[in-house]
Design a protein around this ligand. Sequence first.
Ligand code: DPP
Ligand code: ZN
Length: 845
Amino acid sequence: PQTIFLKDYAEPHHWVDTVHLTFKLAPRATRVMSKIVFKPNEANTGDLILNGEDLTLLSARINGAAIPHEQTDRHLIVKQADLPDGPFTFEAEVEISPETNTALEGLYMSSGMYCTQCEAEGFRKITYYPDRPDVMGVFTVRVESDLPVMLSNGNPQASGEGWAEWHDPWPKPAYLFALVSGDLLAHSGQFTTMSGKTVDLNIYVRKGDEDKCAFGLQALIDSMRWDEQVYGREYDLDIFNIVAVDDFNMGAMENKGLNIFNSSCVLASAETSTDATFERVEGIIAHEYFHNWTGNRITCRDWFQLCLKEGLTVYRDQMFSGDMRSHAVKRIEEVLQLRARQFREDNGPLAHNVRPESFVEINNFYTATVYEKGAEIIGMLRRLIGDEAYYKGCNLYFERHDGQAVTIEDWIKAFEDVTGRDLTHFQQWYSQAGTPRLSVTESWADGSLTLTFTQSTPPTPGQDDKRPQVLPIMIGLIAPDGSEVVPNTVLEMTESTQSFTFDNLAERPVTSILRDFSAPVILQRDIDAKTRAFLLAHDTDPFNVWEMGRMLAKDTLVAMITEGTPPTTDYLDALKTMLSDETKDPAFRALCLALPSQDDIAQTLFDAGTTPDPMAIYEQREELRHILASFLQDILPDLYDKNDAGAFKPDAEGSGKRALRMAVLSLLTLNDQGKAAQKLFETADNMTEQAGALMALLSAGIGQEELASFYAQWFHDRLVMDKWFMMQIAVAAPLEAAHIAQNLTHHSDFDMKNPNRFRAVFGALQGNHGGFHAPDGAAYKLLADWLIKLDPLNPQTTARMCGAFETWKRYDADRQSMIKDQLKRILGTPNLSGDTTEMVTRILG
Ligand code: DPP
Ligand code: ZN
């Protein structure tokens, strides 16, 4: 495999004008006829270089005549000397086999339907083409199929018995191409845009799923309206189609006018989907829709710029979800995710820049760093320049680059131009990996408070010396009586050490630092118990209130694990007060009740210089759950009853109540031998509560009967079955997890070719920290066995799942050596894919 470098970027030798494609669909012998009008790039002339993989070439012509060409297993090349002067038409016919395409990249089949996934480099498995995002063409597509529904990008142009033609007027790179054909039903609606155009909306699904589309359709309509109201962006075709596909490597894909979704990210119904699923569906529908402007109308020059569209689009979908639900709750959930996935990545061997400088397989860079840290950068930019300049800059970017394939520099330049600021230093967020550590000291004299911040970023692979980053640090100052004397203020830190002074203060205030988590850093603050309790009670920033509670919970667990110290009454009382405070949003209280994850505690211990012992972490966390259940026993039943949300509605209010109710139930089950949970399991009319009850029972070591009846009730529903697989592994005791997972791989409903099912089992296993790191190494071996089996079928999903091992250097010598052995065994597998080779090599370091 070859390493590709950002610094080597060169424009293509040829641009594309128009593309005509005809697909004669057949499971093992699909014919693809292409007719592409090329024009030479006068700025960089040379051979015609087309990508193509796994294609059988039947014919190739230029301007109607056969041509001399070279063919490798990756390219078709026509020498410059053999090309006509000026524009020319290239025509080819190839044969491909969608039915045997298990990699789910290019054109493939899923449950009897044809579908495509072309991002990043899948189009080259469909036909010969300059498969790079800076080459944009106008596509016209004819589909010939035995199946009734035939879809492609753009607007429908003509159709007849067994064929349909689509035309997309907007030039696009090949990665946004899509085609679907199947025996599908549409759930339809309409949207009238800000300029009064009517757009037809369809969600296409397999028969039997049509009653799970209403929520997704509403989310689409809400997204379309939001992008008009907030960013002034209107939709630009007559039709917008979404298709649900069961076998899909990612969550969803933003193909122009034809989004393709993993069915788990679009289908939703009260009976089969949890509130978390509803929230995810809403967020992903928005995400893919928002790509229409940030990604499609303006795309990436090359794949190193992936964060240009992903970071920005994640930021946009986060803002949307906050507007639809609660910004405070959403922000806490984002930070939990960021810490669990991105900080974890930044702290290990896979750390990389938000804009990487080299890769072997771009599919390996669809990461938390590119997506979530990429989104944090946009949020910081907005905080630094303010809302008005942010939207002005976005507008300038949209106007200036519409129809272009651009870079991070182009994005930043728009904000420099509207603000007159030099953002060179800020832009370093894209080119320096690692999570900054931020510490702070305070000094007080004569009515002046001085905050002195120090930042440093630990080395990451290939980057030993780090420079200070630009940090927007939002703070507030609170007087001893609880009144806020300095409201939200953004301090702009640019140096390694920097002080900020606040004068004319009557009394020494308490400082609330890094409000709303205004920068993606690890804040190291020595804070005494009194100050923490004060902030817990008086801070006006909900994020920091939660954060204080979080720190208390973490300190409690760390003390239990390392010193055997029982929880302090400070912590227990604070939690009780918080839970009983009915002025606080139930969703927020649920987040406060949730304990830090085992993985989070492991990283915390490691950062503090202690080798984490996964068994001790598991046991002490369980012990704390029991202590909480007993300490809170007076209030739990009442909290449980009061937060019955009644008839199911997947909105913020209902889901907040259910979240709190389920968190309470999990503890209550430790007190009542499962009575309340068993009752709820039987009577619940929605999956949130049914699954919540089952999880509460399983977490308490009971519930096997309910698990069996859950199967009997839901075995016909593949998405609920994913939950059934996942739940029992996720909460298994450490010494049983690998065994349960292994047994489930023999279950007749296990199908390794379906990424959702594979992830249900092995994602749950790696997510069960104690189980994954059980002392016998059984889980390491089991995962490695299955990664080796999956790799020849689906390299992309295999490579991504290797991330389970990325934290291996945290642990003791025994575990390190067991993991290393498994990684080496994977790496030693004959014909291992480039995807997996790159990941394992990087993890081994
Ligand atoms: N479909 C993936 C996403 O939307 C990749 N573009 O993030
Ligand atoms: Zn995206």
